[in-house]
Design a protein around this ligand. Structure first.
Ligand SMILES: Cc1ncc(COP(=O)(O)O)c(C=O)c1O
Length: 461
């Protein structure tokens, strides 16, 4: 990449200063260390920096940009609605809402035909939790998987499988049972006494824990739920709309959960929105709660003509371009390519979990993840780094928009091979040492982090 002009560096510095002072100092420091350029625009698979450098976006905001950055069909729908729609009525009497609901019934597993919308993934996780407690008032326990993630609002935190994010806020509302992800026998055993209200599970464990479960796992969990009257909540906030090679990941196991949550890719990145899809049976059970009221599941600002028209347009794009099929056919090029790189570079890589275009590299330690993402950025490729996660073997994620081509995937793999060859020449004690520094990042002098990364940025926030 060309030398960065002084004015551009200064603008980058101003943005990072603001992020560091007013948002998240650690994240800002990491972005500074990675010499992350300021983004100016994005289109399809690419993010373009203010100095005109083009980056292939393999991070994709952890799954948001499935239909490509700035998808023209979704953008036009949003603009049309923006110019014509009335303000948000709580009753949402707008044709766009009805159109979305009808469309949802054609793509969701049969039987999931009641919808509550929310403004984020965490909000719809909470909606699901409320529905569960209304439908199973005599059971308070919730089963979750280690490493599971369902959002960070207080309600969503009660079912989070990542103690470092949950414990500071305890005691929280739900009585949790945590089992290892992928272990169906542990789920069966935990549900046996029929005291568990619901299982909250991602059909593919996302985040820095990225794990594809053993074949049949989701089917076995669903069967255990059916046998014990436990509700099965599938969190497809990351896996929805084709990313794993099926419209919804539960379809790999032919499972219909009681509640299915989806968000991220849902509006092509234009407006955050999520759907909590429930079976009529669960809603009927909730309605039998002695204190039931129809407003208990809804919120007042969750349905806007703008968000529903964006969602409708994005789903139509997914259908028109048959993106689940594209993920299924193109995905192996990425996942198998990453697995080959992992096999060639065992010094720093432990494997390459993935399905469809939900792919990653399991790294030996957090500094390997950081260094790969920094060097890949120098090759013009953004990857999904886990930033503040505190896990031993974080997975660096590759969640590209599905506008990605086979040639672009090959470019990513070639850059990764070059990155790993560079990294392999570094002694392991270097990455072990940097990992220790990352773990203590809050106490570390930021200038040292910048010096280690050869960044030109300053940190004075
Ligand atoms: C599986 C899963 N559930 C829930 C959430 C929370 O979504 P949000 O960040 O929109 O609240 C996320 C976000 O990353 C997620 O990946």
């Amino acid at each position: 990449m060309n030398a960065v002009p002084q004015a551009v560096l200064q603008q980058r510095q101003d943005v990072l200063d603001s992020l560091g002072r007013h948002w998240n100092p650690t994240a800002a420091l990491m972005l500074a260390a990675a010499s992350r350029p300021v983004e100016q625009s994005a289109s399809g698979t690419e993010v373009i920096s203010e100095e005109g450098d083009r980056f292939l976006d393999l991070a994709g905001s952890y799954g948001v940009f499935l239909v490509g950055h700035g998808n023209p069909q979704v953008r036009d729908a949003v603009l049309d609605t923006l110019c014509t729609a009335p303000t948000v009525p709580p009753g949402a009497v707008h044709p766009a809402t009805a159109e979305l609901f009808e469309l949802l019934t054609t793509i969701l597993p049969a039987g999931l035909d009641r919808f509550v919308l929310g403004c984020s993934g965490a909000e719809i996780s909470e909606t699901a939790l409320r529905a569960v407690h209304l439908a199973r008032p005599d059971r308070r326990r919730i089963l979750i998987a280690e490493g599971g993630y369902h959002g960070k609002t207080l309600g969503a935190l009660t079912v989070l499988g990542q103690p470092n994010h949950r414990e500071p806020f305890e005691p929280l509302g739900s009585e949790l049972i945590t089992v290892p992800y992928g272990d169906a026998a542990a789920v069966r055993e935990a549900l046996a006494d029929r005291s568990v209200a619901a299982v909250f599970l991602e059909p593919v464990l996302g985040g820095a824990h990225l794990t594809v479960p053993p074949e049949g796992y989701i089917e076995e969990v669903a069967a255990a739920c059916r046998a014990t009257g436990t509700l099965f909540v599938a969190d497809e906030i990351q896996t929805c709309l084709g990313r794993t090679g099926k419209m919804f990941a539960v379809e790999h196991d032919d499972v219909v959960p009681d509640i299915l949550l989806f968000s991220k890719a849902l509006t092509g990145g234009f407006i955050p929105v999520g759907v909590c899809a429930l079976s009529s049976e669960v809603v009927a059970q909730a309605e039998r709660h002695p204190l039931w009221h129809p407003s208990l599941l809804a919120g007042s600002s969750s349905i806007s003509a703008l968000s529903v028209s964006a969602a409708t347009a994005a789903i139509r794009e997914v259908i028109a371009k048959n993106l689940p099929h594209r993920a299924a056919t193109l995905g192996p090029r990425l996942t198998e390519g990453l697995a080959e790189v992992a096999r060639r570079h065992p010094k720093h890589l432990l494997g390459a979990p993935g399905v469809g275009v939900m792919a990653g590299l399991r790294t030996r330690n957090p500094s390997v993840e950081l260094l790969i993402s920094m060097v890949m950025a120098r090759h013009g490729i953004h990857t999904g780094h886990s930033l503040n996660e505190q896990i031993d073997h974080p997975v660096l994620r590759f969640y590209p928009p599905l506008t990605i081509t086979a040639e672009e995937i090959d470019r990513v793999l070639a850059a990764l091979e070059a990155t790993m060859t560079w990294l392999d020449r570094r002694p392991r004690r270097l990455t072990d040492g940097i990992t220790k520094l990352i773990r203590r990042q809050y106490q570390l002098p930021p200038w040292l982090v910048l010096k280690l990364s050869h960044s030109k940025m300053r940190v004075d926030w």
